[in-house]
Ligand binder design. Sequence first.
Ligand SMILES: *Cc1c(COP(=O)(O)O)cnc(C)c1O
Length: 360
Amino acid sequence: MSRSATATIHLDALRANLARVHTLAGDAKIMAVVKADAYGHGLERCARALGDADAFGVASIADGLRLRAAGHRQRIVVLSGPDAAGDIAEMRRLQLEAVIHHDAQLAMLEGENGGAPLKVWLKLDTGMHRLGFAPERATELHARLRALPAVDPDIVLMTHFASSDEFDNDLTARQTQRFLDASRDLPGERALSNSAGLLGWPQARGEWIRVGGLLYGLSVAEGKTGADFGFAPAMTLTTRLVAVKRIARGERVGYGATWACPEDMDIGVAAIGYGDGYPRSAESGTPVRVGTAPAAVIGRVSMDLLTLDLRQAPNAKVGDVVTLWSLQLPVETIAAHAHTISYELTCGVTRRVLFAEEGA
Ligand SMILES: *Cc1c(COP(=O)(O)O)cnc(C)c1O
């Protein structure tokens, strides 16, 4: 018997979310960020649904290869660029574009001779302090890159925000100002914002927006769901109830016996656990649905199974559909109960979960 845990991907939601991003972004071009297997939704199926994007953003050359193999002709940007000199030839062959953020990569490009020029995105570190060059070096680096035969002289300038999801945190305004100051005299397009930047920081628009989360209907803004901004979740995670049983008051449920029944009550057991990507950190009280009735996680999440309080689902029976997250049960709510963000939950759905598509 196959397991019941199923992630249904709503292709129509992906399409509608991209259309809404285009509307919010005005004239800016959209890079659809599809790293980590499209935030766990499946690279090929999402790229197909997001075919109207101006470019794709990936974390590896291997993902760029998958997109080219699927027939995508758009620009594809490898968000951390080449790791080794051999990567450059592969990127050229696949017509992938490279984010250049480090002197080691500059040295690789300076060592190249011949071949079609590589398109480059020059990344400045304006305050996140992850990838990027010091902004004061922008003019020098831009000139060095443009002088290289291995590099296409049409360079995009980019930076990345640390706190754009906090709409009252002025770090984003300071990062934007540093970026604009450093790149003022340089030609070329600008790419500053991610999803939260698009929502909260119109002054950071530039010619490109790099959007991931919102395409999947996900929000990282504290206390907000994608739906609060008019986006539809692209994943529904469901399974089935495999047991319903009566447990006496005072008996304890699950590993570690962490949860005690406050009364004689029905509990349910659902066929999903952390081996499927349902977070072990989800606390007792995390909401789920059994059919259309509300229920809640009790006790510890195990590898294959989840125990549920069925007191509000009196008609529950073996075989009923159990919904872990959906349009009605936002993954952001589950993430809050598990002390993480929605992105980690969708990225974490494992290979043994069956993936289904809906909405052609
Ligand atoms: C992941 C990523 C994005 C997309 O971020 P979202 O918050 O999902 O929109 C944009 N830019 C870079 C450099 C990234 O790594």
